[in-house]
Ligand binder design. Structure first.
Ligand code: ZN
Length: 367
């Protein structure tokens, strides 16, 4: 939610060369966890785990908040810009992009804060707290949605399977009908029952799995995942994900004695490696904004904004996101970063015995 667009011009559309330009464009991002990812609530113990991860308050499915993504992206884009121009100056003063245009921007000691300039790719794209030349704060041209679980790896007696549901697939523009029974929907009927973790479910066949696989293929999701798809109804998804999170136990070490601190055993949960996540980047049109009376020159259109943001992706693959980085957590490899694919639908047909099972409130409206 990009609130407080202080510098937005009154007109919503901008005409350049006789062509009306969109006020924003959305770009889809898909990534796979190379390590377990722990984006914590920073809260206290809930239930059996000390350090919990963030969950969607409605669906209870774990997610990575867009605010966490925005902070990590900003840091990595500043690093990338710094590598490209390590001797960067503002008005003959050294003002490197990293760390000064990264971070929260509050000036202290040797940290200069955000430069807040119309020609800074970091400050225009991610915003700044205060600006030069009487400019106030700026919300930034890029906005981030939360990252949602698209495909979740679960151990079964047939090896790992990647579980998804209609609600999760809707985010990538795929509307799947006919996944209503309390069952696991597979590509073929190779067994009567399958366990997802400790949950044993009857097997149904999704006759249109090919459409779903093709969609995932277009998003560069690896073959080994496409071959091991399992669909469940929305109402089972959160339960299956939450029952199969990685939970690790760790202990704090006293640096003086080198031994465990008393009462320092703690546990933390994480999305397991192999989890596939999706998020959106909304890129506003720079032509509709100015900073301190100056036209933004760092980027010229929404695609340019997205190109700056995507410079963070190699760093996400090396340095990762979230906590416990020192325990080998958090690396996220971005598989797809581009415009939204066209919307599609798939029908996992019900069997002949079309029993009036309690249909979910979603999926209504379609005959
Ligand atoms: Zn800057």
């Amino acid at each position: 939610m990009g609130a407080g667009l202080a510098h937005e011009r009154p007109e919503r559309k901008c005409v350049k060369g006789g062509k009306v330009m969109a006020s924003y464009e959305k770009f889809l991002q898909v990534g796979v966890a190379l390590d377990p990812i722990h984006v914590g609530t920073g809260g206290a113990r809930i239930g059996r785990v000390d350090l919990t991860i963030v969950r969607d308050p409605v669906t209870q499915v774990p997610k990575i908040p867009g605010s966490s993504l925005a902070g990590v992206y900003r840091t990595y884009v500043a690093m990338a810009e710094h590598e490209g121009n390590p001797n960067r100056q503002v008005n003959n003063q050294a003002w490197p992009y990293y760390p000064h245009c990264a971070g929260l921007g509050q000036v202290r000691d040797n940290y200069l804060g955000h430069c807040g300039r119309y020609d800074c790719p970091v400050c225009t794209v991610f915003g700044f707290a205060r600006g030069k030349d009487q400019a106030g704060g700026f919300a930034g041209l890029a906005a981030f949605t939360d990252a949602h679980v698209l495909l979740f790896p679960v151990p079964t007696r047939r090896g790992p399977m990647w579980v998804t549901c209609p609600m999760a697939l809707r985010v990538i523009g795929l509307e799947v009908q006919g996944v209503e029974e309390t069952a696991v929907y597979l590509e073929n009927h190779s067994a009567n029952q399958l366990n997802l973790g400790w949950l044993l479910l009857p097997v149904q066949v999704c006759s249109d799995m090919g459409t779903i696989k093709k969609k995932l293929q277009n998003l560069s999701i690896p073959d080994y995942i496409q071959k091991r798809l399992a669909l469940v109804p929305d109402r089972l998804f959160a339960h299956i994900v939450n029952s199969n999170l990685e939970v690790r136990t760790s202990v704090s070490i006293n640096p003086e004695t080198g031994a465990a601190e008393e009462r320092a055993l703690f546990s933390y949960e994480a999305l397991p490696r192999g989890t596939v996540l999706v998020w959106e980047i909304i890129a506003k049109n720079p032509a509709h904004f100015n900073i301190g009376g100056q036209q933004i020159t760092a980027v010229s259109d929404p695609a340019g904004v997205h190109k700056v943001v995507a410079k963070a992706h190699p760093y996400l693959g090396y340095l990762g996101i979230g906590g416990m980085g020192t325990r080998g957590m958090g690396r996220l490899e971005v598989l797809y970063s581009n415009q939204f694919p066209a919307s599609q639908s798939a029908q996992c047909t019900l069997t002949a015995s079309d029993q009036p099972s309690a249909s979910t409130s979603q999926g209504g409206g379609q005959p």
